[in-house]
Design a protein around this ligand. Structure first.
Ligand code: HEM
Length: 135
């Protein structure tokens, strides 16, 4: 435990502008990605970008605007309409990692962010699992 336990990641990165920029850079990647691009709403990329920024700001200790606008995140359920296998997960991680690397230096904040994104993106998979038991 450090002396900074009361400082949220949200505060440490400078608040909402960081998450807005992170989501913006992430969607630059999505728009150029042949796997991801078709999955996202053509007519509401700005809305999708805003929802990601607000969710991440809330997740890391910022204002609860996401919850007020969208309700409980239930992210796995919200991703069910989109077929997410290993390829989609990996492309998503490439885009978010590029954004994180552009906005942070190597160090604790980058590790905290990626330490969340890697398992969370994996948890969003909803297809393409190996059969673990004989059917
Ligand atoms: C850490 C992992 C992830 C987080 C935090 C995350 C976050 C979000 C959020 C907050 C939304 C908007 C939900 C809403 O309010 O309606 C969303 C939508 C979406 N996500 Fe993810 N996501 C993750 C992983 C993935 C992965 C791996 C994919 C694979 C392609 C994916 C594809 C999508 C798509 C297609 C949408 C719909 C766009 C929209 O209308 O907002 N997400 N995600």
């Amino acid at each position: 435990m450090s002396d900074n336990d009361d400082v949220t990641v949200y505060d440490a990165v400078g608040g909402m502008p960081f998450f807005e920029r992170l989501a913006e850079l992430f969607y630059v990647g999505v728009k150029g990605d042949p796997v991801l691009r078709p999955m996202y709403p053509d007519d509401d990329m700005e809305g999708a970008q805003r929802r990601l920024a607000l969710f991440l700001a809330q997740f890391w200790g910022g204002p609860t605007t996401y919850m007020e606008e969208r309700g409980h995140p239930m992210l796995r359920a919200r991703h069910m309409p989109f077929p997410i296998g290993e390829a989609e997960r990996d492309r998503w991680l490439v885009c978010i990692a590029a954004a994180v690397e552009e906005l942070t230096e190597p160090g604790e904040i980058r590790e905290l962010l990626m330490g969340y994104f890697v398992p969370a993106a994996d948890a969003m998979r909803n297809e393409g699992f190996q059969q673990t038991r004989p059917s």
